[in-house]
Design a protein around this ligand. Sequence first.
Ligand SMILES: [Zn+2]
Ligand SMILES: [Zn+2]
Length: 324
Amino acid sequence: MKCVVCGKNSERSLCVDCYLKKNRIVEIEDVEVTVCPRCGMFRVSGKWKSVDLLEAVSSEVEKKLRVHPDFKVERVELKVGEKGELLLGGSFWNKDVEEFLEFEIKLKKVLCEKCSREAGGYYECIVQLRADRELEKSEIDEVNRIVLETIEKAKEDTKAFISKVVERREGIDYYIGGRNIGRKISKSIVEKFGGKITESKKIAGRKDGRDIYRFTYSVRLPAYRKGDIVSSENKIVVVTNPKLKKGLTLPELKNVNLKDARVVVRRENIEEGIIVNCDKYGMEVMRLSTGEVVTVERIKELKVGDRVKIFEVEKKHYAFPEKL
Ligand SMILES: [Zn+2]
Ligand SMILES: [Zn+2]
């Protein structure tokens, strides 16, 4: 058979070159992508996703691209700038071809579900950070980090946001978009610090004939911290692990589990001392702050010249090694 246009030998009435001159084997429409102006997420196949413009355009291109069924595409290169540029390489009727397409990219701005909820002050739960003492700055910083990290990890969860943070005399309240995120946050706090979670719920209204609840996760940190001195079962104990409720008794330095522990000295109020005298039963320790010498029970592991920590409970002095 000969090509009806150029007369070259051809398997078809039009040879591949003449066919390509007269016909487009790829076509694309302009592409519209939806972006949230607040958080920058894109809507991809009906879902808000944390992807970049290239990825968002790429998924739209797949829908807007029409390719001749005989065009065997082997390579696709997509560039996104002022305009979209698409290069398709492959073979058509046994001829190597490269097709270049340009298309417009329209950005449509729509507030995503998460941002519109967030802007509306929506919340399903409150995570309350509490302790039977003042919260420390380092604890608050760490909890803030846990909150942000949990939210960041669940970026595509439409309820993963903080509506507000309220500092109260009793502690800090985090108003969280979704109940699951709130639960995750409270679990991570307890994993880090120990303590316990108390869950409660309140009816916040009705929707579609069903009660809507607001949940509260009250996270209470342990009353004692590492290095605090507690009284537990009539023993004076240095807390070594508040999360696992462990400590060392004085003066034996024996490992014990804390039970109904009550803080008797905060770690900030523990002083430094140096052992100036030692016998079988007792040690004389000089307070570094005042130079005053006090007597404490003997701790086997210590000798004259060692640095110690020193504190007083009910008129009795105690010392323990600087490094436990
Ligand atoms: Zn021809
Ligand atoms: Zn958004």
